[in-house]
Ligand binder design. Structure first.
Ligand code: 13P
Ligand code: SF4
Length: 301
């Protein structure tokens, strides 16, 4: 019996379902029942019938799944898989901003801890941030933690007054403009598709900016045959599987989120067997952080 067979057998026996983000390793994507970007996975999480969710992603994803499904068991294949950006804001600054600005909405990128969500008015993902910020009744927006996504959204919603926070994704922040230019020189016909976590200088070179699902969908619909992909290299698996007639290039220094890559089939099997690495969120934190998440799901409809 292969490890994949064993996972599938245990999944049935334990009434479990596997969710995975596009940034995890190909073999983990292949074993998942649902694979997608952060928005898709949070929508899926509230519709599942299985009792146990194995979340192949970083800790804020498992935490959000638990907050939205308090009665379910959420297991993380590796409890140390974390998103550095999720910690790049603090509740003291949120409190200060609330005192300083009237009519302020704290808009929290889903890539954040449950503690930060607890102090926020609404959550967003890269797939729905523009729509949700536009729909907020408030004039002033304190956008946490990601400054790059905040600037990208602010440009498209000029009627709002943005207050920025200095967080960033270390993987997308490192994307090199020089390397993109070099790739463009080698593949002049290629369209540049970027994630809004990239710095402004990268977004300015891009033909399309969107979430990981947005990038994958755009590549499918576009008439172009070649693409330079400016996001984590895990998306290559889906792109190459779905569009074998097209070519996908990455920058020479391939963007890799090490936290996503530490998830393996062996670790999935282990937590299914043992029930280890269960996500726990206190009742109070769960109640408070559920509100901005549910508001996101409502406003994004
Ligand atoms: P999306 O899933 O919204 O594309 O965001 C990418 C990301 O960094 C997830 O951690
Ligand atoms: Fe966090 Fe960046 Fe990794 Fe996404 S790619 S999980 S934002 S560190």
């Amino acid at each position: 019996m292969t490890i994949a067979d064993e996972i599938n057998r245990l999944k049935k026996e334990k009434n479990a379902v596997i969710l995975a983000h596009y940034y995890v390793n190909p073999e983990v994507q292949d074993i998942a029942d649902y694979i997608g970007d952060s928005f898709y996975l949070s929508k899926v999480a509230v519709e599942l019938t299985e009792q146990t969710i194995v979340f192949c992603g970083v800790s804020f994803m498992g935490e959000s799944a638990k907050v939205l499904n308090p009665g379910k068991t959420v297991l993380m294949p590796d409890a140390s898989a974390d998103c550095a950006m999720a910690h790049m804001a603090d509740t003291e600054t949120i409190k200060k901003m609330r005192e300083q600005y009237e009519d302020l909405a704290v808009v929290c990128y889903i890539n954040s801890t449950a503690e930060l969500k607890e102090h926020s008015d609404v959550c967003v993902t890269s797939a729905n941030a523009v729509k949700i910020v536009r729909a907020m009744p408030n004039k002033n927006i304190f956008f946490i933690p990601d400054r790059n996504l905040a600037h990208f959204v602010a440009e498209q919603v000029p009627e709002k007054n943005f207050v920025y926070n200095e967080g960033y994704c270390p993987v997308h922040e490192k994307m090199s403009v020089a390397e993109i230019r070099k790739a463009k020189k080698m593949h002049p016909e290629a369209e540049v598709l970027s994630h809004p976590e990239c710095p402004k200088a990268v977004l300015e070179l891009s033909d399309y900016i969107g979430s990981t699902t947005g990038i994958i969908d755009y590549a499918g619909k576009s008439g172009s045959r070649e693409f330079i992909i400016c996001t984590e290299n895990g998306v290559r698996h889906k792109l190459e599987n779905d569009y074998p007639e097209k070519e996908f290039y990455f920058t020479e220094t391939e963007p890799v989120c090490e936290d996503m890559k530490i998830i393996t089939l062996e670790k999935i099997l282990h937590v299914l067997k043992t029930g280890e690495n269960e996500v726990r969120v206190s009742d109070e934190r769960r109640e408070n952080s559920r509100k901005p998440l549910e508001r996101m799901l409502e406003l994004a409809k």
